[in-house]
Design a protein around this ligand. Structure first.
Ligand SMILES: Nc1ncnc2c1ncn2[C@@H]1O[C@H](COP(=O)(O)OP(=O)(O)OP(=O)(O)O)[C@@H](O)[C@H]1O
Length: 265
């Protein structure tokens, strides 16, 4: 379990996240919702203590307060991150990119040499989990957006994480591919008992996959409950009365999903 106690973030006089207290439970798939600038990325990054201006305490079960540098190092090692723009190195192969996930387990000097066989095996297994073992030796810049995001997920898995933080992981994908990638991430997290905190803009995806939805508005948590309790009033407050239909996946993409949920992407 991870507990944020009065965690806040400011940029000069501007408050990006007001003091926030919440607990994240092991194995839960939590989705952060809210309009642009609401504070989703800020909250997500707080869970990994990534803000220089972060205040308050973050306590991780078994490690303690992340103010302790050793606890923070251990926590980051067991926390996989997945980004909207994948953050892969295009000229390297899929396997080389996934290998980056093992770097936290070695000293900087050791990382200059080929990974031990055990680590290589973990990387290959991670590629297999996302259905891309056959692309292990392909350059990442020769892969599709959906495939690149699956490599991003494999890199996070190579860390053998207890927690995955995913910042708009499907925002740059078409609706059908977004659904497949999120479904894959969700399935793996559930199979392995990995906790996930995922920021999304697609309310319908959040309602289908989340165990818990945390809604943010202007740097404050204004909703924190199971997805089925996200009612119209909470929704209107979250999105400041943007019509719900404008945020849903188009009907034709939904139909495509029903027909074809298989790879490749
Ligand atoms: N480096 C920064 N310097 C100054 N202000 C920042 C910085 N990063 C974020 N902010 C501000 O903090 C607030 C929260 O931003 P954040 O990126 O967390 O929102 P978000 O909900 O993730 O938005 P989006 O959905 O557009 O990614 C916004 O008002 C943003 O302008």
């Amino acid at each position: 379990m991870i507990e944020l106690q009065n965690v806040s973030v400011s940029y000069g006089d501007a408050i990006a996240l007001y003091p926030t207290t919440l607990k994240l439970h092991q194995g839960q798939f939590t989705v952060l919702l809210g309009s642009s600038g609401a504070g989703k990325s800020t909250l997500l990054r707080c869970i990994n203590s990534l803000h220089a201006s972060q205040r308050g305490a973050t306590i991780v079960a078994g490690l303690g307060n992340l103010a302790n540098s050793r606890a923070l190092r251990m926590h980051r090692r067991q926390t996989g991150m997945v980004f909207q723009q994948h953050q892969l190195i295009g000229r390297l192969t899929a396997l080389q990119n996934v290998s980056m996930g093992r770097m936290g387990y070695h000293t900087a000097l050791r990382s200059l040499f080929p990974l031990p066989a055990k680590d290589q095996s973990i990387c290959l297994q991670s590629l297999d989990r996302v259905g891309l073992l056959h692309k292990a030796l392909s350059r990442v810049d020769a892969l599709s957006g959906g495939q690149q995001q699956r490599i991003g997920i494999a890199r996070a898995l190579a860390q053998q994480p207890k927690l995955v933080l995913a910042d708009e992981p499907v925002a740059s994908l078409d609706p059908a591919t977004a659904e497949r990638v999120l479904s894959l991430l969700h399935r793996i997290c559930k199979e392995d008992g990995i906790s996930a905190v995922v920021s999304l803009h697609q309310v319908d995806l959040a309602q289908r996959y989340a165990d818990r939805i945390i809604g943010l508005s202007h740097g404050r948590v204004i909703f924190d409950a199971a997805p089925q309790t996200l009612d119209q009033a909470s929704y209107d407050t979250l999105y400041e009365q943007v019509p719900r239909s404008s945020l849903s996946v188009p009907q034709d993409a939904r139909e495509e999903r029903l027909i074809d949920t298989s790879f490749p992407m």
